[in-house]
Write a protein that binds this ligand. Structure first.
Ligand SMILES: *[C@@H]1O[C@H](CO)[C@@H](O)[C@H](O)[C@H]1NC(C)=O
Length: 351
């Protein structure tokens, strides 16, 4: 009747979901209007509030059992796992797509976060991902449909040989995840330029190639410890930002939140990857915020003229760009809105 988080799925209201957690007092103070709503209605209220504040939403089917994600043996990783019944999954996708049909700030739906584990295989990926994509499309033709890869959403290489065949066009997106720990401690142990070359090359083979084939690729998770003390994370972030600028990738940072009401058994755990501070009031690291802000500029795609003679040299460590006001001037760093004129070639700087 109650799962391991103390949630009753028979009559789940926000209050009952939080009954074992201290944070209910905070919800009562700050969001009293949702406290007695069933969870689905509370979710709708949150999405509406985001829309009222001009925030677009992508619905993410993260994990079947509530909790911190993920491991190979958590029973949530692949179709047919203990807690991952494909038929229920299709019903769930259909329900969510229907619920947000006509809600204009819901712009996309992902099918499943980080497929993984011993059962994963390419044939079932095609079988079920195509079904899931078509189910979303049938219930809500307006949303982008976002397909995630195998092996914790790191591997879409199989698309190269076997394209996905769907009944709809123009709104298919692929997503991938990329963190420092994707490559273990490689960034600490190796020369950062060489590691970046290897890791970026691998990323191009496993997902980046899709950009060159004309598909939108959404890096739906990246990030690191924003205190700046983890060398592995710092070096990876420089490389990530360089490649994201070069390919003009779409991205979502893990994460906005400064802390969790409950994570891995800890109440109020701090999130050092979070843009916000523990109390969600301040920005954790404004330097980092400036660096990713530069990536919000479009570098490719509609509106950016083909054969544009302007070249941009992006400096990932600062998020600034190399600026030269005239051909005779010294090179300096400045905001990316100033484009450099001339016959230079774009280069990426990893350090
Ligand atoms: C922000 O990150 C930079 C590294 O990118 C680091 O040097 C700095 O100390 C960090 N600032 C804070 C307040 O954590």
């Amino acid at each position: 009747e109650f799962d391991k988080c103390g949630i009753s799925w028979h009559k789940p209201t926000v209050k009952r979901s939080f009954q074992n957690l201290e944070s209910i007092a905070g919800v009562q103070t700050n969001n009293p209007s949702i406290i007695d709503l069933p969870l689905t209605q509370a979710f709708q209220a949150v999405v509406k509030s985001l829309g009222d504040n001009d925030v677009m939403v992508i619905l993410d089917n993260h994990i079947t059992q509530p909790g911190w994600c993920c491991s190979n043996s958590d029973g949530n990783g692949f179709f047919g796992d203990k807690f991952f019944n494909p038929d229920q999954w299709i019903l769930g996708l259909t329900k969510m797509a229907t619920l947000f049909n006509g809600v204009t700030n819901v712009v996309g739906m992902n099918l499943r976060n980080e497929l993984r584990g011993p059962k994963q295989n390419v044939n079932d990926w095609y079988k079920y991902m195509v079904k899931g994509a078509e189910a979303i499309h049938a219930a809500n033709p307006d949303v982008l449909v976002i397909l995630s890869g195998l092996n914790y959403d790191k591997d879409l290489s199989f698309i190269q040989k076997r394209p996905v065949s769907l009944t709809f066009k123009g709104k298919l997106v692929y997503e991938a995840h990329w963190y420092a720990f994707t490559d273990g401690q490689a960034w600490v142990n190796g020369n950062p330029n060489q590691v970046c070359g290897q890791v970026a090359g691998n990323m191009m083979r496993t997902s980046g190639f899709l950009v060159n084939q004309g598909w939108p690729l959404f890096i739906s998770e990246f990030g690191g410890d924003l205190r700046g003390t983890n060398v592995n994370h710092n070096r990876y972030l420089n490389c990530f930002l360089a490649l994201a600028a070069e390919l003009d990738l779409d991205w979502a940072l893990w994460t906005l939140v400064g802390s969790y009401y409950f994570r891995q058994g800890v109440i109020g755990m701090e999130e050092f990857y979070g843009i916000l501070s523990w109390d969600w009031i301040q920005v954790r690291n404004t330097t980092f915020l400036n660096r990713i802000s530069a990536l919000q500029l479009p570098f490719r795609g509609p509106g950016i003229t083909r054969g544009n003679p302007y070249k941009l040299i992006f400096h990932p460590l600062t998020g600034l760009c190399v600026i030269r006001k005239s051909l005779l001037d010294r090179l300096t760093l400045g905001p990316a809105i100033y484009l450099m004129v001339g016959n230079t070639h774009p280069r990426k700087f990893y350090q």
